[in-house]
Design a protein around this ligand. Structure first.
Ligand SMILES: Cc1cc2nc3c(=O)[nH]c(=O)nc-3n(C[C@H](O)[C@H](O)[C@H](O)COP(=O)(O)OP(=O)(O)OC[C@H]3O[C@@H](n4cnc5c(N)ncnc54)[C@H](O)[C@@H]3O)c2cc1C
Length: 530
């Protein structure tokens, strides 16, 4: 069963090695396990539903609680402390496009607001019910999870939009194909959610972000159905797929999506290398991007993240041997770890990895083979479970991300990290911060920042600390000329910063699209636009 106030399945636990506890205590201080409220206590706080009966809509309080939030740190704090302010009045579970239309009609008749809900993995406040007099119905797409059409020869497959990552990949793999889209939230996130948030998977360097993979589909909007036919390319005016991607449930409900698929690769190899410092590491991945190597993934952990990952991995004896060997190679304190990989035919993979090694060596890097890459592959969807363990130890964990041109990247890392590190200094609290580059492009890269701080005895104070830190980091991103989101989207949490990159006219265009497809302001209000 899925946790109602944390990440993942209840029975999956990611324990911390003993050395990690000491490591974190040294950096942030000693913590106290927070006293979380129970599910029963939380269910009692759910107010009566304001919606009338409907066969597609559940008004069960526990179901409404479970759909009241996503996975942002703010969502976690509110769920774990029993301070969720608003709940959907009902949860609809459609199985077909006709059901979706029926739910939209029901919402129109009852004056309800509608929140499309994929896997509930949003980390930027996409899913919270707006306050106000109008009731709210959340539309859980989980039952719309079928493979609708498979065209292997044409490298296309069409799914209902509520299909989760593992089910989508299993259906494709059975036919010898893959989508190649693996966000870290893969276990729960859905195809519709990926499109609606412009998601980027871990192998985006090879397969592309969802923008490259989404080929067409259908959207049920309050004013009718929008069909997006599949063409290999088209010059027929603006591409309406672009409007739907990143629409965050504001324009309607994506009911099915066609995606570009690839034959399953013969070989997948993920290797690691270490660089003596950040400058050499960044110069090396930038050169790999310039050389257009057919790599599938490049992930460069900066020094603090490298140390943290190695410590959290345990294996102290093996790590000591690695440390000595790297020191002998001239890679000591301040080192950066790179994981890079390629998938495809044996010949292509070997060629790509050999080219990468040449670039690594030219930047004084030390390739160390496949073991760290294999570990990373093994744990890549398990890592989010660490958030549960850390919370239970009294540490709040959050992540944020942006993308910048190469010119602005080093300055941005410094200023975002400084904003977080100093964010709680006036109350004498330490914030532990580390960063990696994960999606590398010809013109720049994404940066992904993780920060940890102590949970306060009072949940309101834990929430205040999060708001202070998130605000400081978001402002630093905007000041540093980064986008407010490379992959998580806008939601409520990033909305105050959107205008800085879209401008007045851009915001007007987005608002105009929303009014055209949703004149009654029914769809997911408060997200993407006010
Ligand atoms: C641990 C963790 C790791 C993550 N890693 C990544 C990552 O590697 N890459 C990445 O891109 N993101 C990542 N995310 C963020 C999140 O998983 C993505 O934003 C994902 O695309 C959301 O998909 P979902 O199905 O869970 O959508 P939800 O969270 O349910 O919804 C997100 C938004 O999309 C809308 N929506 C959902 N389905 C539909 C639909 N069918 N029609 C219209 N609107 C819809 C919702 O209304 C909402 O506004 C991560 C999140 C977590 C918690």
């Amino acid at each position: 069963m899925k946790r109602w106030n944390g990440w993942g399945e209840i029975n999956t636990v990611y324990p911390l090695p003993p050395t990690a506890g000491i490591f974190l205590e040294e950096r942030i201080g000693r913590c106290v396990t927070p006293g979380d409220v129970t599910l029963e206590e939380s269910v009692k706080k759910v107010p009566p539903s304001r919606l009338p009966d409907h066969p597609l809509v559940s008004r069960d309080p526990e179901n409404r609680l479970r759909h009241s939030a996503g996975q942002s740190l703010g969502d976690w704090i509110r769920l774990r402390s029993g301070t969720v302010a608003t709940y959907p009045d009902g949860v609809a579970c459609p199985e077909t496009s006709e059901d979706v239309r029926e739910v939209l009609k029901y919402a129109e008749n009852t004056g309800a607001r509608v929140i499309p809900y994929g896997g509930g993995t949003s980390v930027v406040g996409h899913l919270s019910a707006p306050s106000g007099d109008r009731p709210v119905v959340t539309v859980d797409m989980g039952r719309m999870n079928r493979l609708v059409r498979m065209d292997g020869k044409g490298c296309l497959a069409t799914f209902q939009a509520g299909v989760r990552g593992p089910d989508l990949e299993a259906a494709l793999r059975a036919e010898g194909y893959t989508l190649g889209h693996f966000p870290q939230s893969f276990e729960y996130s859905t195809l519709g959610g990926w499109v609606a948030t412009r998601s980027a998977g871990q192998f985006s360097l090879g397969y592309g972000r969802i923008e490259r993979l989404f080929a067409g589909g259908s959207v049920e909007t309050p004013v009718g159905r929008l069909d997006l036919p599949v063409f290999p390319a088209s010059a027929a005016g603006p591409d309406l797929k672009e409007v739907v991607m990143g629409s965050e449930g504001r324009l309607g409900i994506i009911t099915d999506a066609a995606v570009k698929i690839s034959p399953l690769p013969g070989e997948e190899i993920f290797n690691a290398a270490f660089f003596p410092d950040t400058e050499q590491g960044i110069a090396s991945v930038r050169e790999m991007a310039r050389a257009s190597l057919p790599l599938t993934m490049i992930r460069l952990s900066l020094p603090e993240e490298t140390t943290t990952n190695l410590t959290l991995a345990g294996h102290s004896r093996a790590l000591e041997l690695l440390r000595r060997w790297l020191a002998f190679k001239g890679v000591g304190e301040g080192k950066c770890m790179l994981i890079y990989g390629a998938v495809g035919s044996r010949k292509k993979v070997r060629w790509a990895l050999n080219q990468a090694v040449e670039i690594i060596k030219a930047h004084r890097g030390a390739p160390v083979g496949a073991r760290p890459g294999r570990e990373w592959m093994k744990n890549r969807f398990r890592a989010p479970y660490l958030r549960n363990t850390l919370w239970e130890r009294g540490y709040a964990v959050d992540t944020l991300e942006t993308a910048l041109t190469w010119k602005h990247l080093p300055g941005a890392v410094q200023s975002i990290e400084a904003a977080l590190k100093n964010g709680l200094s006036e109350i004498g609290e330490k914030v532990f911060v580390f960063t990696h580059l994960s999606h590398v492009y010809l013109h720049g890269s994404s940066i992904y920042v993780t920060y940890l701080y102590r949970v306060a005895p009072d949940p309101a104070e834990t929430l205040r600390r999060w708001r202070v830190l998130k605000g400081a980091a978001s402002e630093a991103i905007v000041r540093s000329k980064g986008t407010i989101s490379h992959q998580h989207g806008v939601g409520e949490d990033h909305l105050p910063y959107l205008k800085a990159e879209k401008g007045d006219l851009g915001m007007k265009i987005i608002g105009g699209l929303c009014s055209a497809l949703d004149p009654g302001g029914m769809m997911n209000p408060g997200k993407l636009t006010r």
